[in-house]
Design a protein around this ligand. Sequence first.
Ligand code: SF4
Length: 71
Amino acid sequence: MRVYIDPEACLGCGVCTAIVPEVFSLGDEGFAVVLLDPVDELFRDLVQRAADECAEEAIRVEETHDSFYKI
Ligand code: SF4
């Protein structure tokens, strides 16, 4: 899967980085950035939780054919 942050919506609250710091970090400008592309399925549940808990609904998850990346 691929994960995106809407830079117009993110407030830099840090909720997502606290839930799954392997995937999200706060960038130099204080807003969330995604560290992995694609994001491993291992993190799916935590990424979904972060997306659910983001009050700004700034996190978007896009499905990919992950088998393509495992070749
Ligand atoms: S939880 Fe949402 S608003 Fe907060 S830093 Fe993450 S993406 Fe930005």
